[in-house]
Design a protein around this ligand. Structure first.
Ligand code: NAP
Length: 368
């Protein structure tokens, strides 16, 4: 089965990477152009092939709005462009459509879009959750954090991705701090979760205070601005970033060499995947990841296509953890695996990890 995946730029850098002519045009003009711009097929994806010989191909279809527009424009306006993008995917032969970045978070997280779509729709959040938690734990392992005594902070804890991450992180740590802006929703979630989670839990709307407590931090918000202040991070902390647009700004890289930041949702795609621009065939589509790598939400869509399962696999908030386990297993069987660690457009290898650990050691020693 073929797939479609709906994309949009999550930063001005994304726009300029695709369209260098946009550089220096200014955000207001770019946003105005996006208001006029209809949905279009931007990328043809081929060469996805599992070890047991199954193949799929698909298209990334652009429903272009900047993150601020996704969140602020009338919901029906945003839905209309995303639906048009899904219809383009369907016309190209796709049996399933995945909702990228904020297209899967606006409104009711895909439920309305799925009801109106001619083909099956998934947000891709189940595989994002599985990959995000694995990345966070891998980072903690690299930084030699003693998980049994650690505090994890989940920012965006009431969200589709965040709430499931809380549940999956809880068995590994001593304490989870749930963070979001809306206290009523936080309290409601906490009432249901606190009873069944093995570790201690607490809630707060104060991101800065929470981050100061976190040995591990996972971010999954829909904020269009950075939410993490470098000065708040604990020495030697691990930050796993799932949010698109990012919650962790470059100031963290500059000011906190003792903290390991890693993008949590990147997977290596099996086969010889090629992401080619539709407008300029042969030219690769650069979405800021190394060749052969895709976001976990894209990967969920590809896995369902490979499995020939045109199902609304992940929709809405309140994710079924069984589905997270199932898609994780299917993805592993299809040859998808966690990509190497990466942040701020750079790979993080053993040398960088050693440098981060040395910087953390130095800071601890100086503090003493
Ligand atoms: N890497 C990947 O493969 C991948 C895949 C899918 C999605 N994503 C990204 O993951 C993020 C979360 O998606 P989702 O579907 O879980 O969204 P969601 O269900 O709308 O949840 C968003 C969460 O963020 C909180 N939030 C929003 N602004 C905040 C702020 N300024 N400070 C603190 N908390 C804030 C919200 O609660 P309050 O409103 O109460 O604050 C809510 O808890 C999005 O950025 C999306 O683009 C990444």
């Amino acid at each position: 089965m073929k797939f479609a995946f709906i994309i949009h730029p999550t930063s001005l850098a994304d726009v300029e990477r695709y369209e260098p002519g946009a550089a220096g045009k200014g955000r207001p003009l770019i946003e105005k152009i996006m208001e006029w711009m209809p949905a279009y097929a931007a990328v043809h994806v081929t060469g996805v092939r599992t070890p047991d010989g199954r193949e799929t191909e698909g298209w990334f279809v652009a429903a272009n709005y900047m993150p601020e527009q996704m969140l602020a424009l009338p919901r029906e306006t945003v839905y209309a462009k995303i639906l048009k993008a899904i219809e383009i995917g369907a016309e190209l032969g796709a049996g399933i459509a995945g909702l990228g970045a904020l297209t899967g978070a606006v409104g009711d997280a895909g439920v309305t879009l799925a009801a109106r779509s001619p083909i099956a729709v998934t947000t891709g959040n189940s595989l994002t959750i599985a990959a995000g938690v694995k990345s966070l734990l891998r980072g903690a392992h690299e930084m030699e954090i003693d998980l049994a005594g650690a505090t994890a902070v989940v920012i965006g804890a009431t969200g589709s991705i965040g709430s499931a991450c809380v549940e999956l992180i809880a068995p590994h740590v001593a304490h989870v701090v749930l963070v979001a802006r809306n206290m009523t929703r936080l309290r409601r979630l906490h009432e249901t979760l606190a009873k069944r989670l093995a570790c201690a839990t607490s809630i707060t709307t104060d991101v800065r205070a929470a981050v100061r407590r976190g040995d591990l931090v996972l971010t999954a918000t829909t904020s269009a601005q950075e939410v993490i202040e470098p000065a708040d991070l604990r020495v030697g902390a691990v930050v796993c970033e799932l949010s698109l647009p990012h919650d962790v700004g470059r100031r963290v890289a500059l000011e906190r060499p003792d903290v390991l930041v890693t993008e949590g949702g990147n997977l290596r795609v099996p086969g010889m995947p090629r992401f080619e621009r539709v407008r300029e065939p042969g030219l690769p589509f650069d979405f800021g990841l190394p060749p052969g790598t895709a976001l976990a939400c894209m990967s969920e869509t590809m896995v369902l296509a490979l499995e020939n399962r045109p199902e609304p696999f992940t929709l809405g908030r309140g994710i079924d953890l069984e589905r997270v386990r199932e898609i994780d297993e299917l993805a592993t069987r299809a040859g998808f695996e966690l990509a190497g660690m990466r942040a701020f457009d750079k790979a993080i290898g053993p040398e960088q990890i050693a440098q981060i650990k040395a910087a953390a050691g130095l800071r601890r020693a100086t503090a003493v």
